[in-house]
Write a protein that binds this ligand. Structure first.
Ligand SMILES: Cc1cc2nc3c(=O)[nH]c(=O)nc-3n(C[C@H](O)[C@H](O)[C@H](O)COP(=O)(O)OP(=O)(O)OC[C@H]3O[C@@H](n4cnc5c(N)ncnc54)[C@H](O)[C@@H]3O)c2cc1C
Length: 498
């Protein structure tokens, strides 16, 4: 077994069924063909059992916040897989559910004919429900494989309540895992036998139409939007121009390595600098792997694990032995990102207000009746109609581009906390806006970011009105600290904003 055992979770008590027709990889979260332990594991089974590999990549229609924007991003990745796998022995079934529940039965039918079923293990959004469905399959072994980050989720020993604790744990635990990355191209020379999607399955659950997948390359977004017109999803949240899929992710990564990484440490907080990676949408949909991103950074840095510098004490600088800028990037990519994944995995209630730390709940209650200088309705927030030009600009960026610059995202959240009747309302507003519009929304780090605004993973600060002991932020001091001219030119006051 080349896939580290710690990444493989058996979901049922069955063994492989050698008489099955195929090995089924049910691709739900790790939507990529490279740097993917689950695909690697499915290939292992297929080779050992000398059976074809069938990849089922579905997209449900009835998930919360389903909209053109999110659908198109995922379908771009499916189109890429369709083109990459054409003419190979791998059978690929991209299924885009046209109406709620139309996809029911598809997994069960393919699994009933399988020797083994492999799926993605992930604490992202509704994958918990999918994993429960996978665990109910019978007749052959069902495995969930974790490709979420550099640290296997099963290696985490507890919930880490601050980045510092997570970092210290990573320093002690991560190094051996770094020597077991997933294969960059698990299908290369896999020696698989030819597979097909069974006719009856293709007839009952037809593959996504060419209007969505394209004949030779990605279709234009306008044409895809038309093809989705009858789907019961939110058509008001439209595409952003940014394309999903690994090719777009890799292009973004390469551009960042050429013109962002070196400046990242000093300039990532400046919205005008363009020094942050903007990789989060592709990381969220599994279109690119943190292993691949880490490998690319390490290669640029000429880095090897021997550069790690003990003691393993959780310090932010100097442990990796990379340039200061690269260390700062890796700290976000690994410590902060995986802190959120570990938290969600171990705390299924991650989105509930009551799970905030005790000191936060206490301080918020103490300040619940503090007079608020401004209180806005959801509609006012949504339409960027507050008194604060900078906040409105961040909201416009979210609606228009599906992202908010990383520093302004913190300010965006803090002001919602300040301008709602109660922090519970702030939580609802942040979750709704973030997950409706953000291309990286509905991620473990959507909730860790939003909950950070409300005090999780942070320490107490000097007490003040409304915020209590939770850290506050101000638009005026943000304006003084970071460069915003170009940002405000693009997203600042506009005559009409829809
Ligand atoms: C209110 C609020 C909401 C947020 N919602 C989301 C969300 O929906 N999805 C999401 O992925 N992140 C979210 N974050 C975390 C963070 O803001 C984004 O990950 C980051 O802005 C993405 O931009 P980037 O790719 O340019 O990051 P970079 O600075 O280039 O960092 C590289 C990668 O590291 C990870 N990362 C960076 N900063 C953080 C962080 N603070 N916490 C966790 N991981 C981080 C991301 O995967 C990111 O792509 C939120 C933060 C806040 C305060």
């Amino acid at each position: 077994m080349t896939v580290p055992e710690i990444r493989v979770r058996r979901l049922n008590g069955s063994t492989p069924r050698p008489s099955g027709d195929h090995v089924l990889y049910w691709m739900t979260a790790t939507r990529r063909l490279g740097w993917n332990y689950a695909l690697e594991r499915a290939v292992e089974h297929a080779r050992a059992l000398e059976r074809p590999l069938l990849i089922l990549e579905p997209l449900n229609v009835d998930y919360r916040w389903a909209a053109d924007r999110h659908h198109l991003f995922v379908i771009d990745g499916m189109a890429e897989h369709e083109h990459a796998l054409r003419g190979t022995p791998v059978a690929y079934h991209p299924y885009v559910e046209p109406e709620p529940r139309a996809g029911r039965g598809l997994l069960a039918v393919l699994a009933a004919r399988a020797c083994a079923v492999v799926t993605d293990d992930s604490p992202v959004f509704f994958t918990l429900r999918l994993l429960q469905a996978a665990a109910r399959l019978e007749g052959c072994v069902v495995e969930a494989v974790d490709s979420c980050g550099l640290l296997p989720l099963a290696a985490a020993e507890k919930t880490y309540t601050a980045a510092y604790h997570m970092r210290r744990f990573l320093h002690k635990t991560l190094p051996p895992h770094l020597s077991e990355p997933p294969a960059a191209d698990p299908l290369a020379s896999a020696g698989l036998v030819d597979g097909v999607v069974p006719d009856d399955v293709a007839e009952r659950w037809p593959r996504a139409p060419a209007a969505l997948l394209g004949e030779d390359g990605l279709p234009e977004q306008d044409a895809m939007v038309k093809a989705l017109a009858d789907f019961p999803i939110d058509h008001a949240v439209g595409p952003t121009g940014r394309r999903g899929g690994h090719a777009a992710a890799r292009a973004r990564l390469d551009a960042f390595l050429d013109d962002g990484l070196e400046r990242y440490g000093e300039e990532r907080r400046d919205p005008d600098s363009g020094a942050s990676s903007e990789l989060s949408p592709w990381l969220h949909y599994g279109h690119i792997s943190t292993h691949e991103v880490f490998d690319a950074v390490a290669t640029r840095e000429g880095w090897a694990p021997s550069r790690i510098s003990p003691p393993h004490d959780g310090r932010r600088k100097g442990w990796w032995g990379m340039s200061a800028s690269a260390e700062s990037f890796v700290d976000e990519l690994v410590t902060w990102r995986e802190l959120g994944y570990v938290y969600n995995r171990r705390n299924p209630d991650y989105d509930r207000y009551e799970t905030l730390p005790e000191w936060v709940l206490e301080t918020f209650e103490k300040h619940a009746d503090d007079p608020r200088e401004h209180v806005y309705s959801f509609e006012e927030f949504d339409s960027a109609a507050t008194h604060d030009e900078l906040w409105n600009a961040a909201q416009r960026q979210l609606v228009g581009e599906g992202l908010i610059h990383n520093y302004l995202r913190m300010l965006w959240g803090k002001k919602i906390l300040e301008w709602t009747e109660h922090p519970r309302d702030a939580l609802d507003v942040m979750v709704e806006l973030n997950n409706r519009y953000a291309l990286d929304g509905r991620d473990p780090n959507s909730y860790s970011g939003i909950m950070w605004v409300l005090g999780r993973f942070d320490r107490g600060w000097p007490e003040r009105a409304v915020y209590g002991k939770v850290r506050s932020m101000s638009s005026d001091s943000t304006r003084r600290k970071v460069r915003l001219d170009r940002y405000l030119e693009r997203w600042g006051a506009q005559e009409s904003f829809v």
